[in-house]
Write a protein that binds this ligand. Structure first.
Ligand SMILES: [Zn+2]
Length: 269
C-alpha cells in the first residue's frame, strides 16, 4: 500500500510538473493582468481548485512542494503558503508536515453532515433519523452475520470491550458506542452503508449524548442491559446467526431510542 502510494506520488508529481510547466506560467501572467486588485494567494487558490475540478489533479495526488509551486506559478512562497492554508481550511487538501500537501478524498460525511445538522434542529427529526438507523442497521447486522470473518469477530469483541470498560468506569462512552455501531455495519462490507451510518450515528449521538450519558451513569441496571444487548449482538454475528443478529439489533435500536427520546424530553420540560 505504502509502496503503491509512493509510486503514484512520483508519477503524479512528474505529470503535474511536465503538464503544468508552460501552462502555469501563462496562467500566472494571465492572473496578474486580469485581476490586479485580488491578492495573489487567492488567485492561486482558484487555480489549484480549477486543476482539481478539471481532474488534472486527482484525489490523493500529492501537490508539488511549496518551492516548486512558487516557481510554477511565479509567485512568492508566502503566497503559496497562504493559498495552501486556505485550501486546507476548506477541506480541499490535507497538509502533512512530513510528506507535504495532498488533494483530499471528500467523504460522504463531509457532504452529509451540514444537511443532517440542519434537519436535526427539530426534535422530531431525531425520531426520523432513528428510523433510518433502524432500517439500515438491522439489515446491516444480518449481512454482518453472513459476511463476517474471524478478524471481524475479533475486532467487534474489541470494540464491545471498549464500550463496556468505559461504561463500567463511569466515562461517557458516546463516541465508543458510535464506533461500535459503525464497526458492525463495516462488517457488512458495503462502504456505502458504512459511510451512511457513520454520519447518521454520530449526528444522532451529538443530539442525544447528554441524556444518554445521564441514563447510563445514573441507572446501573440500564447500563448493564445496554452492555448485554451489545454482547448478544456480537455473539449472534460470531455465530453467523443472521436472523438473531437482525432481531437483536432491531430491539436494541428501538429500545435505546425510546429511552433516550423520553429522557431528553423530560430533561427539557
Ligand atoms: Zn448500541
Amino acid at each position: 500500500m505504502a509502496g503503491k502510494r509512493a509510486l503514484n506520488t512520483v508519477v503524479n508529481r512528474l505529470n503535474i510538473g511536465k503538464r503544468s510547466s508552460t501552462d502555469s506560467i501563462a496562467a500566472a501572467k494571465d492572473l496578474k493582468r486580469a485581476t490586479p486588485d485580488r491578492p495573489v494567494y487567492s488567485e492561486i487558490v482558484d487555480r489549484i481548485q480549477q486543476l482539481i475540478e478539471s481532474g488534472e489533479l486527482g484525489r490523493g495526488d500529492q501537490l508539488l512542494s511549496e518551492r516548486e509551486l512558487a516557481e510554477q506559478f511565479q509567485v512568492s512562497r508566502t503566497s503559496i503558503r497562504r493559498a495552501l492554508a486556505v485550501l486546507a481550511g476548506r477541506g480541499i487538501i490535507e497538509v502533512s508536515p512530513r510528506s507535504g500537501a495532498y488533494v483530499r478524498h471528500p467523504s460522504a460525511r463531509d457532504a452529509m453532515q451540514p444537511w443532517i445538522q440542519a434537519m436535526l434542529r427539530e426534535q422530531d427529526q431525531v425520531s426520523h433519523l432513528a428510523e433510518v438507523r433502524l432500517i439500515v442497521e438491522v439489515q446491516a447486522a444480518r449481512l454482518a452475520a453472513e459476511r463476517r470473518d474471524e478478524a471481524d469477530v475479533q475486532r467487534l469483541w474489541g470494540l464491545h470491550d471498549q464500550v463496556e470498560k468505559q461504561v463500567r468506569d463511569g466515562h461517557p462512552a458516546d463516541r465508543t458506542d458510535t464506533v461500535f455501531h459503525v464497526g458492525i455495519v463495516e462488517t457488512a462490507k458495503n462502504p456505502f452503508l458504512t459511510e451512511l451510518i457513520a454520519v447518521l450515528a454520530s449526528a444522532m449521538m451529538q443530539q442525544l449524548a447528554p441524556s444518554w450519558r445521564y441514563l447510563l451513569t445514573t441507572d446501573p441496571a440500564e447500563a448493564q442491559r445496554y452492555i448485554s444487548e451489545h454482547r448478544q449482538i456480537v455473539q449472534a454475528i460470531a455465530d453467523q446467526n443472521a436472523d438473531r443478529a437482525a432481531q437483536l439489533m432491531s430491539e436494541h435500536i428501538r429500545r435505546s431510542h425510546q429511552l433516550l427520546v423520553g429522557e431528553s424530553r423530560s430533561a427539557r420540560s
